[in-house]
Design a protein around this ligand. Structure first.
Ligand SMILES: C[S@@+](CC[C@H](N)C(=O)[O-])C[C@H]1O[C@@H](n2cnc3c(N)ncnc32)[C@H](O)[C@@H]1O
Length: 436
């Protein structure tokens, strides 16, 4: 399976390695006849197998969580004569207990979970010289290895599993059917710590809040360990995004270095300034660069950048508010990454109008969110942006928008959507709007 961050087309066949739609040439083909969408035909038995596989996807994600939590993947990643180790279940357990003498491992349960993970390509089984089944990590498995003392580091994707399969988020998925059915379910409320939060429940409460009695943002503020995993996911994605954004900009006719030379650029909601710093560093002829964010974030950003003695050289930090044009420096280009997806259409319109006031005539707004495909692009393909959009809904955030939605919103605020450039990162596209 392709590595998602490296997949330029941003769509992968959901069929995976084992499924074989043998009686159609291309599983992505969709025929449009008289406005009726016909999906490629597959045999009844293949379709049945696919339904079973789909309905049990969570079996694997929980087995994966178990293997990561118990440390089995880390043990397997331990170097062994320069190669990745291949170990029997008993050897894995012995290693886990060498690392942590108090560790208790259910041998039978681990064995069965490892076997399941072999079927999904995370580990592979072989026979060792003692004629026992031995396990080793595949390329996917190696991505899930956490280096000792570096939990949450940006080279490991274990945080994706630890964050997405953690109980509060897991329970939120269980609330989804009632949420879709418009039912007002009674919240579990075991995490709510005051009456006010209990009373706030109504039919519009997102699934996370229903399941946990607390909003996702409050939950992650209060639970440091959960927040660490969530931040690690964001850091991993961000580290891939910046490289892919730079490469998409450099190869685009609208945003390459010659087009943005001497232009003033503001990163709205720019956080700690990593993206604007990377732009200025890789395209040094760009004009003045600003990182604008809310006052508390900018205070932290200045502290962090002062201590790292790095970002402050290339960008000016500005305390501002995207809804208030008087706080946005006059500029030629506004970029904004993963900010507008949190806001309603009404709020986005207010922000776009403020951007319009701050931009020079013909200036550009580059919205860096995942842009959802319109229409039939979705059929029978896995699409990360579509999945992330449902995750955003689960936690009460507005969600991703399609090309058409950006075009319509932009038009109402005095912009025309020029282009949407994909990047090699599935979490971000560049929607380029021109101020008219
Ligand atoms: C999800 S973070 C994205 C940060 C950064 N752009 C990135 O991609 O890593 C959203 C950012 O928007 C900022 N933000 C939220 N409301 C804002 C507002 N009204 N004006 C400016 N920034 C805002 C937040 O403080 C936060 O830094």
């Amino acid at each position: 399976m392709s590595h998602p961050w490296r997949n330029g087309t941003q769509v992968l066949s959901i069929a995976g390695d084992n499924s074989d739609y043998s009686d159609c040439n291309d599983s992505t083909d969709v025929l449009l006849t008289n406005n009726i969408i016909e999906h490629p035909q597959v045999s009844q038995s293949q379709a049945e197998l696919d339904v079973i596989k789909l309905a049990q996807s969570h079996f694997t994600s929980q087995a994966l969580l178990a293997a990561i939590r118990v440390g089995a993947l880390d043990v397997l990643a331990a170097s062994h004569d320069g190669d990745m180790a291949s170990m029997s279940v008993d050897e894995i357990i012995a290693k886990i207990q060498t690392r942590d003498s108090a560790a208790v491992v259910n041998r039978d349960a681990l064995f069965r979970c490892l076997r399941l993970l072999c079927t999904s390509g995370v580990i592979k089984e072989t026979i060792n010289c003692a004629y026992e089944t031995a396990y080793s990590l595949t390329q996917m498995g190696r991505l899930l290895h956490q280096r000792p003392g570096r939990k949450g580091d940006t080279s490991s994707m274990a945080s994706f599993v630890l964050h997405w399969s953690e109980i509060p988020l897991w329970n939120a998925w269980s609330e989804l059917p009632d949420y879709v059915a418009g039912k007002c379910s009674s919240p579990v409320n075991h995490m709510a710590d005051d009456d006010a939060s209990r009373k706030s429940f109504d039919g519009d409460v997102p699934p996370f809040d229903r399941a946990n009695g607390i909003s996702a943002s409050d939950y992650y503020k209060k639970n440091q360990a959960s927040c660490t995993h969530r931040n690690a996911v964001a850091r991993y994605a961000s580290s891939k995004e910046i490289t892919s954004i730079l490469s998409a900009m450099q190869s685009s006719s609208a945003l390459n270095e010659s087009k943005i030379a001497e232009k003033t650029v503001v990163d709205v909601g720019g956080g700690y300034g990593c993206l604007i710093h990377a732009i200025k560093t890789s395209m040094p002829t760009v004009g003045r660069c600003y990182c604008l964010d809310l006052p508390g974030v900018i205070d932290d950003a200045i502290l962090i950048n002062d201590s790292s003695n790095d970002h402050k050289i290339t960008a000016t930090f500005v305390q501002g508010n995207m809804f208030d044009p008087s706080t946005i420096p006059p500029c030629d280009i506004i970029i904004t990454k993963h900010v507008l997806c949190d806001f309603s259409d009404e709020d986005v319109l207010r922000a776009l109008r403020a951007f319009h006031e701050s931009l020079s005539h013909g200036g550009k707004l580059v919205i860096m969110d995942a842009v959802l495909p319109n229409g039939s692009d979705l059929n029978s393909k896995w699409n990360a942006a579509i999945s992330f959009d449902v995750l955003l809904m689960l936690t009460g955030r507005r969600g991703e928008r399609s090309r058409l939605e950006w075009s319509n919103l932009g038009q109402r605020a005095g912009f025309v959507l020029e282009d949407v450039l994909p990047t090699s990162s599935v979490t971000v596209d560049l929607a380029i709007l021109s101020r008219i």
